[in-house]
Design a protein around this ligand. Structure first.
Ligand code: AOF
Ligand code: ZN
Length: 363
């Protein structure tokens, strides 16, 4: 097996940590000796041992003289766990092959430097772009302290998110909707505006087998979420946070009694200040948000500059209707030159539906 193949294997292992390691990165490791894989591991859970430690522990024979493949630069700091560089040196590993550099200021090249200083042969950048893409959330969060926001919506080919009656069940088919469920597991929270709750009374849970529920964040400036909504009714079982500018203690108490948490956020132009909300969520170690709209919140999020990625699911249907809803509402831009620009677009197919994923260009 060559370096590319071994790193591909480490990448597949890393993906097993998806949804369980946040706000840590997904990391996979493979140990190879005399052309044979003698150990594998991945970072399985936040606070649990790192990939390299699990791979070393799994070795069927001594890793002395072996090569370690790891998707992310080994850490060299004492966090929840001791430094991986020390364990690598103690195990007698002779060569380390790295995918991404760790942008964590506590590591950031220092892990590789330490290994080089101890005479380890280090190769960097193998499958770097794939390794970087796997941890786009971690990279953003560790550098900005704010959640990575993925704006997701489903629409018809004529750009409608509902029929004129408001009925939106369903736009896309099973395969696309199952992929959204996986993303609810992957990202640590899901955020909607009060308009979506009023229109759909959604549950916003993850129904993927073995998946975990994201924190549900409801943006509700004036606190009008019905106490009878499915979200409030299930708040004791599923973590729920209401972001609001309302300061009426008695009103807030009713939601807290039902199991919701309240996060108070100031108002700007009659809407929640999303920049402040992102700062507060970052402080709570929420590394990512799946923003499931609707149109008003999507527009505010774009305007506030908090959206990192856009996922557009397109169903091969047409709904028509001059008043039919579209994914991004608000005032809109005055001129084509003012549009929000997207880049790095990738297209995939989910049954009959198309998914277009793009990054938002920052100015
Ligand atoms: C690695 N291998 O598998 C992971 C790494 O608090 P701790 O001890 O879990 O450390 C978390 C930091 O360690 C995290 O921010 C990132 O820089 C690095 N994660 N490093 O060598 C791993 N998960
Ligand atoms: Zn480590």
């Amino acid at each position: 097996m060559d370096d590319m193949e071994c790193m591909a294997m480490a990448l597949e292992l890393a993906k097993n940590g998806c949804g369980f390691v946040n706000p840590n990165p997904m990391v996979g490791a493979v140990i190879v000796k005399d052309g044979r894989v003698i150990g594998t591991g991945y970072h399985a859970k936040f606070g649990a041992p790192h990939a390299e430690i699990n791979a070393l522990a799994s070795c069927e024979e001594s890793p002395d003289g072996a090569t370690l493949y790891v998707t992310l630069e080994p850490c060299c700091h004492y966090g929840k766990t001791p430094p991986c560089t020390e364990a690598i040196l103690n195990a007698g590993i002779r060569r380390v092959v790295v995918g991404s550099l760790d942008p964590n200021p506590l590591v950031k090249g220092k892990g590789i430097k330490q290994l080089l200083e101890k005479g380890i042969d280090v190769t960097e950048g193998i499958r770097k772009s794939e390794c970087d893409r796997l941890n786009e959330v971690f990279f953003h969060f560790i550098q900005s302290g704010k959640p990575y926001v993925v704006m997701k919506y489903a629409m018809t080919m004529d750009g409608k998110t509902a029929a004129y009656t408001g009925d939106s069940k369903w736009i896309t088919g099973n395969a696309a909707r199952e992929n959204v469920q996986k993303d609810r597991h992957r990202y640590s929270s899901i955020m909607v505006g009060i308009g979506t709750v009023m229109a759909d009374d959604p549950l916003l849970t993850c129904r993927t087998e073995g998946g975990r529920n994201p924190l549900r964040i409801i943006c509700d400036t004036k606190l009008s979420l019905p106490l009878t909504s499915k979200i409030v009714a299930t708040a004791n079982e599923v973590p729920t946070l209401i972001a609001t500018s309302c300061s009426d203690l008695q009103a807030l108490q009713a939601y807290e009694n039902a199991g919701c948490r309240i996060l108070s956020v100031k108002q700007t132009d009659g809407h929640l200040d999303l920049t402040e909300l992102m700062t507060k969520l970052g402080e709570e170690k929420i590394d990512s948000i799946l923003l499931e709209g609707g149109g008003t919140l999507n527009w505010s999020a774009l305007q506030a500059g908090i959206v990192n990625k856009v996922q557009t699911y397109i169903a091969p249907k047409l709904f028509g209707g001059s008043n039919g809803k579209s994914p991004v509402a608000g005032l809109g831009v005055p001129s084509p030159k003012d549009g929000f620009l997207l880049t790095n677009t990738a297209v995939s197919y989910w049954g009959e539906d198309i998914l277009i994923e793009s990054e938002v260009m920052s100015d």
